[in-house]
Design a protein around this ligand. Structure first.
Ligand SMILES: N[C@@H](CCC(=O)N[C@@H](CS)C(=O)NCC(=O)O)C(=O)O
Length: 198
């Protein structure tokens, strides 16, 4: 398998964390995103986004939820996507929540890099509010803390991205239960070995 990759993308991190957790990381060759691979990435994924995975059959898969579910079919480690019942829907819901926080934080990061204007500030406030609301929900309803699933990994990657890009916003001081959960799951090798470069 080949993965169009960026070390700073929380979505890529989620995919790699799943692969490491399921011990299939060595089967994935990483293709760094950038000028040299831009044309190949655009051919594989018209959205031009990472992560994009090429399967051994040459099928291009995106986005990260699809890739993570595909990876669950590779190898024989326990699945990260529970196959039925309440546990499945809870895991998928937390995946959506984690991805949604990433969407809001990545968009906010894009705005930070643009010239200041009123619309920019309004959009940033809007996205930050979405993040705060999500963290408030997570503080009240922590993701699973036993065997890790896709929901827990997604939320942990989203929180790691907040630490990486928005440490000054101080989520750690405002959501103590979530912080405790995060610190405990962060020992998982798939997360401990994929912390974004400082
Ligand atoms: N929903 C997608 C989001 C992927 C995404 O937005 N990736 C960003 C990097 S963090 C990207 O490739 N941006 C480049 C672009 O939008 O052109 C997923 O879950 O994979």
């Amino acid at each position: 398998m080949k993965l169009f990759y960026s070390a700073t993308s929380p979505y890529v991190r989620k995919v790699v964390a799943c692969a490491i957790t399921r011990e299939i990381d060595s089967q994935i060759e990483r293709i760094p995103s950038g000028a040299a691979s831009a044309e190949a990435l655009a051919q594989a994924n018209p959205l031009g986004k990472v992560p994009t995975l090429l399967t051994p059959d040459g099928v291009a898969l995106f986005d990260s939820p699809v890739i993570c579910e595909y990876l669950d079919t590779v190898g024989d480690a326990p699945p990260l996507f529970p196959d039925h019942g309440a546990h499945r829907w809870l895991a998928l819901k937390y995946q959506a929540l984690g991805d949604g926080i990433m969407d809001a934080a990545v968009m906010t990061r894009g705005e930070v890099l643009r010239p200041a204007e009123e619309a920019r500030q309004k959009n940033m406030d809007h996205q930050k509010l979405a993040i705060t609301r999500s963290l408030t929900l997570l503080e009240a309803h922590l993701p699973s803390s036993g065997t890790p699933d896709i929901g827990a990994i997604s939320v942990a990657c989203a929180l790691g991205y907040l630490d990486f890009r928005f440490a000054d916003d101080g989520w750690r001081g405002q959501f103590p239960r979530l912080l405790q959960w995060f610190e405990s799951i962060s020992a998982l090798p798939g997360l401990a070995t994929t912390i974004p470069p400082g």
